[in-house]
Design a protein around this ligand. Structure first.
Ligand SMILES: *Cc1c(COP(=O)(O)O)cnc(C)c1O
Length: 379
């Protein structure tokens, strides 16, 4: 037996109290019990999204809600700006193109970001643009993009800002109402420490205005119709009932810890991870503001990053993630989001030392762990 650890940037470990709650006998979704559960969850989600708007849940992976944000706010022939600095930025582009929406890519080399000033300029050049689409945390590169700065640009215009917060909700501060973000999309299996299967989309008043004139086809992800059910504490179709039950527990846990403390915990664990990785002489992939959700690391020269993750798996029974697309073979990614604490980071780094040593990279045992401990010991 070798104890198993899930340390990928999603899905993430599910706390045992949440697992136990989800193991209760199945509830029916058209009952007063379910409505009471929904009402509780609905209130908690607004606090988590930092919005007064209803958060609309869908039963899908995160990408379903990304698609929902597009099909409900845009029309064929619309032009949008897409922050394209990673695989998830490319996903926004693919969804838009699939629906006949014209994409103007706002590119940065992977590992970097596009500053808010570039969006201000692009919107002057493209007065026809209807929306800006971006990730908050770009999980393929480990970069945290500047939602606040870009929202400051879009909020004074008719353009809506659509943010993929799948790997930042409950991880990095995202003040939907205060910053003027128009659409926030999230999923259950990252910061929310739940199994995959639920996604969420919250829209601002301005974005609901876009919904009224949107002409893209939609049925399952018709958010205006779904919202009418949310108002009655119901889902239009059969929801992932068990994950809703788990969500109630998760929202209680986050409430108890306090959202600002949740953000601080992630920031601190991310800092410890980066410090540990650098102490081994490795390079971080993120060249601009790193995400508190995960750390993307460049594999040492001569070592394929796929070998790093397969050695993590075969020698240590730990799942981490590799590089996606053009980063495959070059990058490996350590997740530290959701149900994670100090010794998860220590475990990941101690295992990294073992893995690299096994792959022939010279390792000063304890160097990564020591560097991380120093960060964790800071007051
Ligand atoms: C995980 C993730 C998604 C959603 O992926 P699914 O597999 O559809 O859940 C979207 N965006 C980002 C930034 C992610 O990290």
């Amino acid at each position: 037996m070798k104890k198993y650890y899930l340390m990928a940037p999603g899905p993430t470990p599910v706390p045992s109290n949440v697992l136990l709650a989800m193991a209760q006998p199945m509830l029916h979704h058209r009952t007063p019990e379910y409505e009471a559960l929904f009402l509780e969850v609905r209130t908690g989600l607004k606090r988590l999204f930092q919005t007064s708007q209803d958060v609309v849940p869908f039963t899908s992976s995160g990408t379903g809600a990304l698609e929902a944000a597009v099909v409900n706010t845009l029309s064929v022939g619309d032009t949008v700006l897409v922050l394209r600095a990673g695989k998830f930025g490319e996903r926004w582009e693919e969804i838009c193109r699939a629906y006949g929406v014209t994409v103007i890519p706002m590119d940065a080399p992977f590992g970097q970001t596009v500053p808010a000033s570039a969006f201000a300029e692009a919107l002057r050049r493209h007065p026809e643009a209807k929306a800006v689409l971006m990730q908050h945390s770009e999980s393929s590169t480990g970069v945290l993009h500047d939602v606040k700065g870009i929202a400051a640009v879009t909020r004074t215009t008719p353009v809506i800002l659509i943010v993929d917060a799948v790997s930042s909700l409950g991880i990095a501060d995202l003040r939907m109402d205060e910053w003027g973000v128009d659409a926030v999309v999230a999923g259950s299996q990252k910061g929310l420490m739940l199994p995959p299967g639920l996604s969420f989309c919250a829209l601002s008043e301005k974005a609901w205005g876009h919904v009224k004139v949107s002409r893209l086809p939609k049925y399952y992800f018709d958010i205006a119709t779904e919202r009418k059910f949310v108002a009655k504490n119901e889902c239009r179709f059969t929801p992932a009932v068990s994950i809703f039950v788990g969500l109630r527990e998760v929202l209680k846990m986050i409430e108890t810890e306090g959202l600002p403390n949740v953000f601080r915990r992630h920031e601190r664990l991310a800092r410890a991870t980066r410090s540990g990785v650098e102490a081994l002489g490795l390079e971080l992939f993120a060249k601009s503001g790193p995400s508190p959700a995960l750390t993307a690391v460049v594999a040492p020269r001569g070592i394929d990053s796929e070998a790093v993750l397969s050695t993590y798996s075969t020698s240590q029974n730990i799942t981490i993630a590799g590089g996606q697309g053009e980063m495959k073979g070059r990058v490996f990614r350590l997740g530290h989001m959701g149900y994670v604490g100090d010794f998860d980071v220590i475990t990941a780094l101690a295992a990294l030392e073992q893995v690299l040593q096994e792959l022939g990279y010279p390792v000063d045992f304890g160097a990564a762990v020591r560097a991380a401990q120093k960060v964790l010991a800071e007051r």
